[in-house]
Ligand binder design. Structure first.
Ligand code: SAM
Ligand code: FES
Length: 347
């Protein structure tokens, strides 16, 4: 408890402090962390929950991340691409449902050139100038990030996946590097994007040491957003028989991140909802303040197959929107029609 109270006072701990906090987790410690996290959350964001409409526009990926169901060596993945017109239709529908942020996410798919992506971004911005566009399309060159930013993209989600270089090497093929991922994250910030980082919880080879590296990285980098969700195994990956992550540990980490950086935007992720029917509610009650309902056309949803038993694959966009509104209301929170930019820290 002593370390937790110090964290709430000072918003920083030495690396060993984070590790000790993680190793000493008990239900009582987690409950106190959630209480402190909600105190900060309510002070800055009240009971508002920001919504982002997620458009998963391509499941083609040139990478081979060991944990991911759409990795390129999964030959049985039934892949799809949305046309620019289909992407626009999703955004138009989303606007009517009250979304003011669209997250365009895909595997790393070279089919979508900078030119194509810039056209899509400017078309959405042209029709919906009051909306923010978040990209989540992986590692690219600095020049490419700059072009997409100049076309109107506001934010970029690129999870660092793990802040330990040794751990990174165990989750990714040799063709991918920790250094390049960090280069991308720092380029994105320098260009002017609001940057979202993040990591999975309970990936293979991860323990308190690795998670302490993640917490220290969040503290030092001060991202706009940080998305975390439990690792969920996929049957056609090298990690098929690895156990799924812990919802409780994920919620504890959500609380700690809220305490470290009280104005952080933190989603209650789909993977939390996949492992626990009340997972997203638990995430909000631990300190998260964002949800990302799916806006992709229903026909393609199950094909964006990152992990087994992913939820929301049979629903229409409107159903997900209303489902989440009701879920948030049931725990005393409300979704809002808002771009959902980070708010300043209280003075
Ligand atoms: N290609 C983009 C990228 O790499 O940032 C965006 C798509 S990628 C599939 C989105 C995120 O899904 C990854 O950053 C990873 O953390 C998460 N993810 C992939 N496989 C997962 C799994 N088996 N369990 C939980 N999350 C997973
Ligand atoms: Fe998609 Fe509940 S959020 S069905």
């Amino acid at each position: 408890m002593r370390l937790l109270e110090r964290l709430a006072e000072e918003h920083t701990l030495e690396f060993e402090g984070y590790q000790e906090l993680l190793e000493s987790r008990t239900p009582e410690l987690a409950a106190r962390a959630a209480e402190l996290a909600l105190g900060f959350r309510h002070e800055i964001y009240g009971h508002d929950v920001f919504v982002r409409g997620l458009i998963e526009f391509s499941s083609f990926c040139k990478n081979d991340c060991l944990y991911c169901g759409i990795r390129c060596s999964n030959a049985r993945s039934d892949r799809y691409r949305l046309t620019p017109e289909q992407i626009m239709e999703c955004a138009d529908d989303g606007y009517l449902f009250g979304y003011r942020t669209f997250v365009l996410q895909s595997g790393e798919d070279p089919h979508y050139t900078d030119g194509m992506l810039c056209d899509i971004i400017s078309a959405i911005k042209g029709r919906h100038p009051d909306c923010a566009i978040t990209l989540s399309i992986g590692e690219r060159s600095r020049e490419s990030y700059q072009r997409l930013f100049d076309a109107g993209a506001d934010r970029y989600l690129l999870r660092h996946e793990t802040a330990s270089p040794e751990h990174y090497a165990k989750l990714h093929p040799a063709s991918m590097s920790f250094e390049n991922r960090m280069r991308c994250i720092s380029d994105l910030r320098e260009i002017g994007y609001t940057v979202g980082i993040g990591y999975m919880v309970d990936t293979p080879f991860q323990g308190a040491y690795e998670l302490a590296c993640d917490l220290k990285f969040v503290e030092e980098f001060r991202p706009g957003m940080c998305g975390i969700g439990p690792f969920v195994s996929h049957h056609a990956t090298p990690f098929a028989s690895e156990p799924n992550g812990s919802v409780e540990l994920t919620c504890f980490l959500l609380s700690l991140m809220r305490i470290i950086q009280p104005n952080l935007l933190i989603p209650a992720t789909t993977s939390l909802g996949t492992l626990d029917p009340m997972g997203r509610e638990k995430g909000i009650l631990a300190g998260a303040n964002v949800v990302m309902p799916n806006l992709s056309p229903r026909e393609v949803r199950s094909r964006y197959d990152l992990y087994d038993n992913k939820i929301c694959t049979g629903e229409e966009a409107a159903e997900c929107r209303f489902c989440l509104d009701a879920r948030m209301e049931s725990i005393g929170y409300r979704t809002v029609v808002d771009r959902g930019d980070p708010k300043p820290m209280p003075s």
